[in-house]
Design a binder for this molecule. Structure first.
Ligand SMILES: C[S@@+](CC[C@H](N)C(=O)[O-])C[C@H]1O[C@@H](n2cnc3c(N)ncnc32)[C@H](O)[C@@H]1O
Length: 417
């Protein structure tokens, strides 16, 4: 991904769309006495109904969009994730004979409607183009290990449509396994997946100057949205407390960074619905000590526009992705008062190595020897430290699942959290 010197000019239609969103943002600023927090701005820029980046019709993910994610790069990624799902589904099934019983009944009743002999489901948050769902289902079918259902919960109506189309094309016979939901099921056992979802949650942006914490706000001035720093003691005292607890070195100040307050309530709702199984989180980020490094004093917030990275989140509101890296220590802490357990933490490269990347590569090569160069390139992108291999991390959280997870059997790095 290239860094942008300047951004390409959007089309007239896109600019008109952005103007509508900006009009709503201005109304929110006025209604709030002249400013809104950056977090509120980011929520509106990404998720304002009908207008936000993720809920309006731009292409977003893939070559014609703004950024590319691991499932677009290679099916090998989803196959490895499928292997981890298979292990958990099989274990749950072995422990729960009633799931098999359910299968047998269903199997004999309606042969066409039941591909499964495994109890347990998969629930994917923010499924993007749907390609990971399709590839996971195809791999699990190969392993004779399909879940009862594959739920997708995505805030984006247009991506839900795209997911349906992808699965119709790539795995039409498995479409009836997929259920789109708008809220979590009441009871759930199996695997919850979230690839690059946490980084798409709206974050608070702050600047600490010695002991004073400023919350970044957005105001409308001289016909433009601009950022304004306001003392957090006045705007958000709870934020000030949280930032001071991070113990950012005073020598490093002024220090600008982000903090994600959505993770804890999000995990809480998952904890309440999952009875047994794994929550697998994959995202770019760091353990806290590395996140708030003195050198990283400009934070991690970046934007993606037509495959160009920039640091201008107020630009092209609603037309570009805004994202911040994940503090994985904060994710681990969010499980502190819950029944979830941090069962593993490692880099994406190690997770993929643990879940059979080499075998899937060999198999793919055998099936198509002419594809060697492309496959090698895909593996490089997924695993090299300078590409996705180190920057992306995998974290496994389990509930009532006291078993080793294959994805973390080697190079488990929980000690870094
Ligand atoms: C960066 S995209 C990643 C898409 C996909 N997982 C992939 O890897 O290609 C982020 C996705 O997360 C979704 N999202 C963000 N917050 C969410 C939440 N709380 N619940 C469900 N989906 C969410 C967005 O709508 C978007 O589809």
């Amino acid at each position: 991904m290239k860094h942008a010197q300047s951004l390409p000019e959007p089309s007239a239609d896109a600019l008109e769309h952005s103007e509508k969103l900006i009009a709503n943002i201005r109304k929110a600023i006025e209604a709030n006495g002249g400013s809104i927090s950056f977090k509120r701005y980011m929520e509106m820029a990404l998720y304002e109904p009908g207008l936000g980046y993720y809920v309006a019709g731009t292409h977003k993910i893939g070559a014609q969009g703004d950024f590319t994610t691991a499932p677009q790069i290679s099916p090998l990624f989803s196959q490895c994730i499928a292997n981890q799902c298979a292990e958990v589904l099989n274990t749950i099934n072995t422990e729960n004979p009633s799931a098999q019983h359910k299968f047998q009944n269903r199997f004999y009743k309606t042969k066409t409607n039941c591909h499964s002999k495994v109890g347990g489901c998969i629930l994917e948050f923010g499924a993007g183009t749907g390609i990971m769902a399709a590839q996971i289902l195809l791999e699990l079918e190969q392993q004779n290990c399909l879940p009862d259902s594959y739920y997708i919960l995505d805030l984006s109506p247009d991506l839900q449509q795209r997911q349906k189309q992808t699965i119709e094309i790539s795995a039409p016979h498995l479409l009836d396994k997929v259920i789109w939901i708008s809220e979590l099921p009441q009871h759930f056992s199996g695997v919850v997946l979230a690839n690059e979802v946490l980084d798409a949650m709206a974050v608070d942006v702050f600047t600490q100057h010695e002991d004073i914490v400023y919350e970044h706000h957005v105001i409308w001035q001289d016909d433009a949205l601009i950022e304004q720093l306001r003392p957090a003691t006045e705007t958000n005292p709870a934020l000030q407390d949280r930032i001071l607890r991070l113990n950012i070195s005073k020598e490093a100040t002024p220090y600008t960074s982000e903090i994600n307050s959505h993770i804890e309530p999000w995990l809480k709702t998952i904890t309440e619905c999952i009875e047994k199984g794994l929550v697998l989180l994959i995202d770019y980020g760091y353990p806290r000590k590395e996140y708030y490094l003195a050198e990283r004093n400009k934070g991690t917030l970046i934007c993606h526009y037509q495959h160009l990275v920039n640091e201008a989140p107020l630009h092209h509101a609603g037309l570009q992705d805004i994202t911040a890296s994940v503090d994985f220590t904060a994710v681990a802490e969010a499980t502190d008062n819950s029944d979830l357990e941090v069962a593993g933490f490692t880099s994406q490269a190690c997770f993929l190595a643990n879940t059979g990347l080499e075998d899937f590569f060999k198999q793919a090569l055998e099936n198509n020897p002419d594809n060697q160069y492309a496959l090698a390139q895909q593996i490089r992108t997924l695993t090299l430290p300078a590409e996705m291999g180190e920057r992306f991390k995998c974290m496994g959280l389990t509930k009532d699942y006291p078993h080793q997870l294959c994805g973390f059997k080697e190079f488990d790095q929980r000690y870094r959290l």
